[in-house]
Design a protein around this ligand. Structure first.
Ligand code: NAP
Ligand code: MG
Length: 407
């Protein structure tokens, strides 16, 4: 009998396991789609809530450090504990969001990208390709200081340097009650954000747009614009020209109009608040949350891949009761293929890269051929056969087997 040689790996992939329904998907993806073809070499970190609690969350920190060491990670969705979870899992404390912890250690930027499928058409008719949103996840209104002005008086903003020299600016002479808000950001954080964006654009070979409101915010937003422009000119321009891609800055109003008229196929970098709002709009207009991937990119070019959705708790509770589920694994499959491809690229492992692309193709072909989970069947243009979680995974496995056989 002919036994297929499994694809070897030379460097470990950092594997971050997670919680609930996505943990179930995780195991199925490995068993049915990856392990039959790849001699999978991972450094495994269990970020499931039980293990995080057991290790006082040290496991999360270790997994992020391993990502800095090896350069590529794949992460399953994890529970961010709230009061109800503290009770449900009898936690020692309300541990912080693993994504927040990992992002802080990697100093990274999150890029959210929809998976494009024929038959599931975006709300915006002109969009032919995915639009990736990059959100600067530090500072601004998320770390602001706010004050309710009770009555007439002067509001000032003061800054004292380390020698104690003060500068004071009048914000407003209030004649009655009102509100005040002060925002800040750091050059270091904005620079990291810009580096991550430039690197990711080069990685994807897609244009990079950055937009803010510099015409109104002449110091604050203008500074973001200047940092991007400075780094582009000094560090990235030549590489962009060589890759045949473009960086440009435009006012956010103009960007919104251009995005709506575009074909897609670019990366849109946004300040913290703009990114928060626009990423939800883009995700919704592209279809389903279950078709959105997310990549955390550090300023030095380390990558962590995951699905943008959560642990799909409602489906997990059904599953635990022994009832049937139809949970969409596509974003989690693409987190794996993204990570395997990147690992292959860094290691010069062409077979691994080719396998990752084949698995993506098998997944898309399965859906385009009319077999899908319930969430997609509702959006699909055409005849759709709704499968349960395992049934869909088996259908992808069959497509993959057929594609591998033609090699
Ligand atoms: P969620 O897990 O994304 O699920 C919200 C709803 O969206 C689901 O109930 C389901 O709708 C639909 N959905 C999401 N992913 C789906 C999929 N793959 N297939 C089919 N339907 C899908 O968000 P959540 O319920 O707000 O959060 C659950 C847990 O996830 C929380 O503990 C939260 O902390 C965590 N979370 C983790 C991450 C992360 O690790 N990156 C991100 C977000 C949330 P129906 O029930 O209507 O079918
Ligand atoms: Mg939001």
């Amino acid at each position: 009998m002919y036994i297929m040689q499994k694809i070897p790996m030379s460097t470990p992939l950092v594997e971050m396991d997670g919680d609930e329904m996505t943990r179930i998907l995780w195991q199925m993806i490995k068993d049915k789609l990856i392990l039959p073809y790849v001699d999978l070499y991972t450094e495994y970190y269990d970020l499931g809530l039980i293990k995080r609690d057991e290790t006082d969350d040290q496991i999360t920190i270790d997994s992020a450090k391993a990502t800095l060491k090896y350069g590529v990670a794949v992460k399953c969705a994890t529970i961010t504990p709230n009061a109800q979870r503290v009770e449900e899992y009898a936690l020692k404390q309300m541990w912080k969001s693993p994504n927040g912890t990992i992002r802080a250690i990697m100093d990274g930027t999150v890029f959210r990208e929809p998976i494009f499928i024929r038959g599931i058409n975006p709300t915006v008719r002109t969009w032919q390709k995915p639009i990736t949103v990059a959100r600067h996840a530090y500072g601004d209104v998320y770390k602001d200081v706010e004050f309710r002005v009770p009555a007439a008086g002067r509001a000032e903003m003061r800054y004292a340097d380390t020698q104690g020299k003060e500068t004071a600016l009048t914000i407003h002479e209030f004649e009655g009650a009102g509100v005040v808000q002060c925002l800040y950001n750091l050059d270091e954080s904005i620079e990291s954000f810009a580096h991550s964006c430039f690197r990711y654009a080069l990685d994807k070979k897609e244009d990079l747009w950055f937009s803010a409101k510099d015409t109104i915010s002449k110091t604050y937003d203008h500074h973001f614009k200047d940092i991007f422009a400075g780094l582009y000119e000094s560090k990235y321009k030549a590489a962009f020209e060589k890759a045949g891609i473009e960086y440009f800055y435009t006012l956010i109003d103009d960007a919104v109009a251009r995005v709506m008229r575009s074909e897609g196929g670019f990366i849109w970098a946004l300040k913290n608040y703009d990114g928060d709002v626009m990423s939800d709009m883009i995700a919704t207009a592209f279809g389903s949350l279950a078709m959105m991937t997310s990549v955390l990119v550090s300023p030095n070019g380390q990558f962590e891949y995951e699905a943008a959705h959560g642990t799909v708790t409602r489906h997990y509770y059904r599953h635990r009761e022994g009832r049937e589920t139809s949970t969409n694994p596509v974003a989690t499959i693409f987190a794996w293929t993204g990570a395997l491809f990147k690992r292959g690229e860094l290691d010069g492992n062409d077979a691994l890269c080719a396998f990752a692309r084949t698995l993506e193709k098998a997944t898309l072909q399965t859906i385009e051929g009319g077999k899908m989970t319930k969430d997609l069947a509702l959006l699909f243009d055409g005849e759709a056969e709704t499968l349960n979680t395992e049934g869909f995974m088996d259908a992808v496995a069959a497509s993959l087997k057929a594609l591998q056989a033609t090699k």
